[in-house]
Design a protein around this ligand. Sequence first.
Ligand SMILES: Nc1nc2c(ncn2[C@@H]2O[C@H](COP(=O)(O)OP(=O)(O)OP(=O)(O)O)[C@@H](O)[C@H]2O)c(=O)[nH]1
Length: 307
Amino acid sequence: MPDRRQRLPLRLLSTFGSLFLLGGTGLWLLARAEDLPRFDALIVHYRPELLVLLLIAFLVLSLLAIRRQLIRPLNELVAYVRAQQTGSPESPPSHLYRRRDDIGYLAREIAKLLHALHDKNQQLHAQTLNDPLTGLGNRRLLEQRLEIALPLSRRRMTPLSALMIDVDHFKQYNDHYGHPAGDECLREIANVLRDTFRRETDIVVRLGGEEFLVVLLDNQLDEATRLAEGMRSMLQAVGIPHAWSPTAKVVTVSIGVATAPPGTPIDLESLLACADEALYACKAAGRNCTIGRHVGAGIKESAEMTS
Ligand SMILES: Nc1nc2c(ncn2[C@@H]2O[C@H](COP(=O)(O)OP(=O)(O)OP(=O)(O)O)[C@@H](O)[C@H]2O)c(=O)[nH]1
């Protein structure tokens, strides 16, 4: 029974060894042919041709062995690697993966490498879509999700709301509590956002600095404003002290809400511009409040202000 753990060189050695033995025997017989009176004339006459024929047979058999043992499995490996260009990698064909020789070793190493590359890619992909400070999404994620959400909401005639959320007097917070405390404060706010907007379809991102954005699919202005108010009160209930804020004793936010009514042809920029205008109105109105408006309309409603 052949040793299953033999390596490729051993296999080749045994294949070539057999071929050499075969060829050698043939040559020896030819060499001895002169001693055999029966074949004498025939062998002497055809010896050069027979030698060439034996050599050719030897070469053909060698090439076949190389093709079977090396070239075919290597081609299969190449085909396997090519098939793994997209999606999560699968295992190589089992007859290659299980081989105990160098080809099997190569197949297993390639599979390991492809899996590691896939994991790394996933990691990098997540990093490009997430804000490293808060773990929320970033603008890129927002754009990616809205690429699908905007046309879908138009097609299904559903409303679309954007909540632009800005921390009040955050510069004072940083100045007095320090930048690391400022970072921690942003993380707390991110947690409140996560707790408030829990639907799978809610898109919650940090746009940068102390500005966050939430996009709600299928929420009318009243509902979006109510949710924004819920988030604002929850943050106040958390009560992150802000002794230097002229608005309140705790960290507060101002929220501008913009809603595109069903069927409104809208793009991200116009939705954000409208939410920004509403936010600006909040800041002008004294901060720590929510103001909502329909896209293309004047200020629709203003929610409570708390000091
Ligand atoms: N800790 C921390 N601070 C940040 C970060 N990004 C931006 N900031 C700070 O956020 C502050 C934003 O200041 P402003 O734009 O003046 O806004 P504000 O002080 O909140 O004033 P209003 O929005 O008008 O209430 C600046 O001091 C920035 O340095 C961050 O990642 N971490």
